[in-house]
Structure formats: C-alpha cells, structure tokens
Design a protein around this ligand. Structure first.
Ligand code: SF4
Length: 321
C-alpha cells in the first residue's frame, strides 16, 4: 500500500481529472524576492536558499527550452525507473510550475508575458504559481482567474510555513498571518485554488504549533497543502545557526509522526501536493534523513497504516470511505 491509499494526493487528483499522471515542469523565470532585494528586507527567510529548491533552478534558458528539457527529463526518468517492468504510458500532459523565488513579483506585463509563454505549449494543462502571501496584487489574481476560466487548472502556492506570528518574525518572513488570510480569501473568491506550504520543526515550535497552523489554514479555507520538514541548506541564515549548534531538528520518526497527525486531522477533500521534502548533499547540511528521497515517505505511510489515514481523526463525515 502506498501514500495514495491513505492520503488524497495530487497524483490521485490528476489521475481522476486527466486519467493519467501529469508531471510538473519547474520553471525558473528569473524572478527575485522582495525579502531579498531590499524592498522588504535582505537575506531572505532564515531557512531559504533558493538554489536548494530544485536542481533545475538557476537556469537562464528561455521558458520554452526549460519546458522541453523538463519533458525530456520526465521521459528519461520513466524509462530508467521502470527498466525491469512493462513500459508505462508516459504522460503527454504537463503542469508549468513557476517555483523559483517569488513568481508574482514583477511588473504585470512581464508576469503575463512569462505565464503566456508557458501556456502557449499545448501540452500544458495547468499552471502552478509559487509565491509569498503579501505579493499577489488583485490584477495578478484577476489574470490567474482568466487562465482558470479558460480551462487551465490554476493553483496559487502560498508559502505560509506557520500561522504563529512570533515564529514568522523570528524566521524573517516579512509578513504575518493577516496578509495570508487576505490573499487566500481574494484568490478563492475568484475560483483560484490555493495550496499552502507549512514547515514542521521551525525554531521554538512544537506539535501544538503545527496543529494550530493546520487548523488556522483550514479555518480560513484552503484547497491543497504541502508539508516540509525544516532542513538546513548551505547558504541560508539557519546554516550559520546550525553550525553554532543553536538548533534542534526533527528526527525522521518525529517528523513522520507529526506529519501523519496533521494528515489524520485534515478533511479528505483537501489535496496533499507533498508530505515531506528531500534535498541533495552537499547543499543539504541536516538532518541527514532528508537526503534520502523515500525515507520520509515510507515512515509517514507506516504511521498512517498503523493509526489511520487522512481525515481519520475527524468526525465520521470526513473519514476515508
Ligand atoms: S523562502 Fe521565498 S519569500 Fe523567503 S526568501 Fe526565499 S524566495 Fe523569498
């Protein structure tokens, strides 16, 4: 039994919607971030080094070249992973994922040009835009709503990380919960789906904070979630704190237990885009278990198998049928 047996995953959502797997193609559209360029601050969030987000980031090639290269990688991965198995049907549908930095932080006409370039490709069926909650003006939301109304599957991915304003300040996010709430309401009122990122293990936080964050996000309204363990990457402010041994990080078991608890307390209709994270060494400094792509996933599935899947800690209406 895999994650899909216990969690309403984005992969399962795509299979139900398109009848096949749909691969996300990551695009670096050369944006920057107001928390790095001095508009809000310098140095960024203390956990962040954008170079660690994805091995493909930092590209300067055009958006169409990045999409072509992403498709090639997706096809070669399918071939390589399944060498000894019957050849799987590879997808001809893709999602353009603007992931790097703050992908709504530019002049409006530049943003539109970049998004339009991506969706010109007829194999692109969805648009995912990763950004900060305080950086999504109404004009951008209106544009995303137009894409959504034209038939594209549009998701706004908002980094919140925690609903605790003290922690947000401590990690130098440069925004508070209020901005998140305003943007989510404005996006969802236009029919744009919102996926919220939460980090477990932030400094000073406990399982009570993780649950508060989840319940706050659910209370405001959300369509999808991404969970990440706090991990330390080279070049971040936290890397210095970690070197001074000023940080405790979650063990694999602690993370799996915390993530599974949140999943059990999440209504079944919320789509999990991600339940853990992985980073490559030497970019990853700690914890070591984050260097192994499948370890976090396997540990979470074990927890869910033993104690119940998504929604099982809620009332019977939300439990898995
Ligand atoms: S995590 Fe996002 S908002 Fe924070 S510094 Fe990095 S790119 Fe900017």
């Amino acid at each position: 039994m895999g994650l899909d047996d216990y969690v309403n995953t984005f992969g399962a959502y795509c299979k139900a919607r398109y009848g096949e797997r749909v691969k996300k193609l990551t695009i670096d559209a050369q944006f920057t971030c107001p928390n790095r360029d001095g508009t809000l601050g310098f140095g960024g969030c203390t956990f962040c080094n954008v170079a660690s987000f994805n091995a493909q980031l930092g590209q300067t090639s055009s958006i169409s070249v990045q999409l072509s290269q992403g498709k090639e990688r997706a096809h070669s991965r399918v071939k390589c992973v399944n060498k000894s198995l019957p050849a799987p049907v590879s997808s001809d549908k893709y999602i353009a994922y603007f992931q790097a930095y703050t992908s709504t932080y530019d002049e409006f006409h530049h943003l539109k040009l970049k998004y339009d370039l991506a969706i010109e490709d007829k194999q692109i069926v969805g648009l995912h835009i990763g950004t900060r909650p305080d950086c999504v003006p109404d004009a951008v939301l209106d544009l995303l709503a137009e894409y959504q109304n034209s038939g594209l599957d549009v998701w706004l991915e908002l980094g919140l990380q925690t609903s605790n304003n003290r922690t947000l300040k401590k990690i130098n996010r440069g925004h508070q919960l209020t901005e998140y709430r305003q943007t989510v309401i404005a996006a969802r009122s236009r029919g744009i789906k919102v996926c919220t990122h939460l980090i477990l293990g932030l400094p000073g936080e406990t399982s009570t904070d993780y649950m508060n964050s989840l319940q706050t996000v659910l209370g405001i309204g959300v369509d999808g979630l991404k969970l990440h363990p706090l991990h330390i990457v080279e070049g971040s402010t936290m890397a210095k704190q970690w070197r001074y041994k000023a940080m405790d990080l979650l063990t694999l078991d602690e993370y799996a237990s915390a993530a599974a608890t949140l999943i059990r307390n999440t209504p079944r209709d919320i789509i999990y885009h991600r339940v853990t994270a992985y980073a490559q060494k030497p970019m990853l400094l700690a914890p070591d278990w984050c260097a192994y792509r499948w370890d976090g996933l396997v540990a979470i599935v074990d927890e869910l198998r033993e104690y119940g899947g998504q929604g099982s800690a809620l009332n019977w209406v939300n439990k898995i049928a």
